[in-house]
Design a protein around this ligand. Sequence first.
Ligand code: NIG
Ligand code: FE
Length: 409
Amino acid sequence: MQRTLIKNIDRLIGAYPAPPPLLRGKALQELPELRNAWLLIEDGRVADFGVAAENPPPRADEEIHAGGGSVLPAWVDSHTHLVFAAWREGEFVQRIQGRSYEEIARAGGGILNSAARLREMPEEQLFEQALQRLEEVRSMGTGAIEIKSGYGLSLEGELKMLRVIRHLKEVSEAPVKATFLGAHALPAAYRDRREAYIRLIIDEMLPRIADENLADYVDVFCERVAFSVSEMEEILEAFAKCGLKPKVHVNQFNAMGGVEAAVRHGAVSVDHLEVMSEQDLKILAKANTIATILPSAPFFLNDPYPPAREMVDRGLALALATDYNPGSSPSGRMAFSVSLACIKCGLLPAEALQAATVNGAHALELGAECGALARGMRADLIITKPIPSTGFLPYAFGSNWVDRVLLGA
Ligand code: NIG
Ligand code: FE
């Protein structure tokens, strides 16, 4: 058994006596913090922790001196599209010149642009690029991640993406969850045959995905520029028969009733939520479905931010993720999303940190494994440079305060 001790921790943040449940309301503010602490890891799992003055640190095979830095759980990024073939900085420039994201999408850019590039790229190269991005976000402290398909938009393309995600799962020690997003955009060839594309998803993609066990969740981009609520429901019903639960894109630009439908279909999470109706807030306050905000997308698109302050005050279970993708959030930096949640959405530092860790883990049904530091959980953590307080983390939005990332040490 390998025992590693981290000692001289100024602040041990997010260490719980037992794996925390999904957090809502005031509980989101109650981020545990111990001063002058140590943490013991056994075979990659948290074995024990304590305050040095009360409990002298135990012996271990290896000692890591935190050097007065603090320790917090690694991020759980519960919504990304990090498998893609090319960046889309050309559209970024077009938007600066006045075209909107929706306009570019309608003109065949956007997701369809990504799909065209992905079609040309061999699977191995797609994998190599995605692996680099996965390593990049791990070095910034992401310990578990969800990755979506959705730039394939054909049987072959979607299977190719899902195989790349499976390959990433195999080579990475970090937990990776795969989400099938065949209904991300309507391919141009189906412009006048929407129902035929839905049939392709249900009759041809679904059986292959189920047979080869290629996805953990199913997603639909429910939006005026993408798929309607009833199209989403048709897809969710079909995938439910194969045991795949929904995690869906809703309310990015319009509130169309997608939240209510997703909750009714037992969605694990509803993601984006920039535009929320009173009804949506009421439903989510009572539901088990997690409300996931992705504030780097409205930051990048210059859109309104989700009403996260109100969401927390009304008791929604809020999670926070990056949406890492080439079109609306070319950043997988969780620390920046945490800063935006505070600066632009009115969350307190403790709330944003818990949404990015504990609730992110629950949004991947990994609440017993990661997102917090409790005995038996994965010892995936960030050691910071010395910081004056926890609030400094979202405050110092441009600094790299990460000193070291330990994943399953
Ligand atoms: O979550 N909104 C839909 N999907 C992505 C963007 C995809 C893209 O533009 O490539 C999102 O923002
Ligand atoms: Fe997304």
